[in-house]
Design a protein around this ligand. Sequence first.
Ligand code: HEM
Length: 398
Amino acid sequence: MTAFWVDDNTDPYPGYARLRAEGGLIPHEMDDVPVTIATRYDECSAVLTGSEWGHGYSAGISPFRDTVAAIPGSFVRMDPPEHGRLRGLVNKAFTPRTVADMVPLAQNVVSSLMDEALSAGEIDVLNGLAVPLAVAMIPGRLLGAPVSDGHLFRRWQLAIARGSDPDHLLNADAIEARGVAAQECLTYFHALIQEKKARPTDDLLSELIAVEQAGDQLSEREVLGLCLLLLVAGMETSINLIGNGMLALLRNPDQLDLLRARPDLMASAIDEMLRYDAPTQFTIRVALSDTTVGTHEFKRGDGVVVLTASASRDELVYENADSLDITRYEGNRPARRHMGFSLGLHYCVGAPLARLEAETAFRALLDRAPSLSLATPEVEYQPSLIHRGILALPVKLG
Ligand code: HEM
C-alpha cells in the first residue's frame, strides 16, 4: 500500500510538504486515470467550495471508481438535488438541540469507562474509550442498535473504512474483507430495520423509516445505505479524532499542560487537532463543467484528489503550520478554517457530534487523571491513506 505522496504512513506530512513545494495542482495518474492532486489551501478550497465542482456520478462523468458511491443513499458522493434531499433528512439528528440532548449519554459512558481505567492505572484511549463511546453514540444512539454488538460494528467499520482507499492501492485480502463486512453489515441492518418497523424507538433510524413509510421520499435501500454511511463515516473518524488528538497532546506536553490550566481552550484545541492531524486525509471531486482554478483549466469530467490534510498544513496560510498550537482558533481572530471536516456543500454533517464526543473524552481524561503519559513511545497506524488513525493508544494515568 503506497501512493506516491506518502512514503511513510506513520508520518505523511513531509511528503505533503514536498508536493506543496512543487505546486498547488499536480498532475498524476491514479488507477490508470489522469487526475490532478490539489495540495495547497487556496486550490483545495477553490475546488471544495466552487459550484462547478461535485462528484459527477449521476451525470455519469466521474473518472473515479469509488465503492462509497455505489451504496444507495450514500449522499457523501452525490450532487444536488439528490444530495440535499438525503442530507436534509439526516441533518435533523445534528441540530444544536438534538446534539445537546446526547451530552448526558456521552458523559455517562465516559465516566464509567474512566472509573474502571483509574482503578487499573492505565487506559487504551482508543479501544478503551474512543471506540465504546463511538459505539454508544452512533450505532447505539442514532441507529438504535444494541451496544453489545459493538465488536461487530468496530470490525465492519474498520474493514469498510480500510477498503475506502482506491482499489489499486488495496491488496486482495483488504478488498475481500471489505465485501464481506459490507454484506454482513447490510444483513444486520436489514433485520434491525424490520424490527424498528414493527416497534419504532426514539432514534434517527426509526425517524428515517417513518419517512420511508410515509411516501416516496426515501426507499428502504436508501435507509440501509444511510445506516452504513453513518456507521462508517461517523465511527472511524470520531474515534480517530480522539486517538490522534490525544497522541498530539501527549507528544506536546506544553500544550497538554496549557489545556489543563485553561479548559476554556477546549473548542480551539479540538479545531487545532483537526487541522494538525486530521482523521480524513483527502477527498475527491470532479469538474461538473469546464472551469478554471487559478490559471489551470479543467474540462468537464476531470478528477481532482483534494489533499485536505496537506491544505491544513499549508505554510502560506498558517504560521508554524507544523506545530500544534491549541490557541490558534481562540478568540475573535482565529486562524483560517481547517479542512478537517471539509468545506462547502459536503461539510461534515456529523461535526457537532464529533466535537461532543471529543470534548467529553478529553475533559474526562484531563479532569480525572492527575497525569497522563504514553505507556509506549511508538504507535501503530492503520494501513490506510484516506483515514488516519492509530490502532491502540495505551496511556498511564498518574
Ligand atoms: C472527527 C470526526 C469526523 C471527521 C474528521 C469527519 C470528516 C468528514 C469529512 C472530511 C467529510 C466531507 C467529505 C467530502 O467533502 O468529500 C464528512 C462528511 C460527512 N460526515 Fe463526517 N466526520 C466526522 C464525524 C462524523 C460523524 C460523527 C458523523 C455521523 C454520525 C459523520 C457523518 C458524515 C456524513 C453523513 C457526511 C456526508 C456529508 C455530505 O456529503 O453532505 N461524520 N465528514
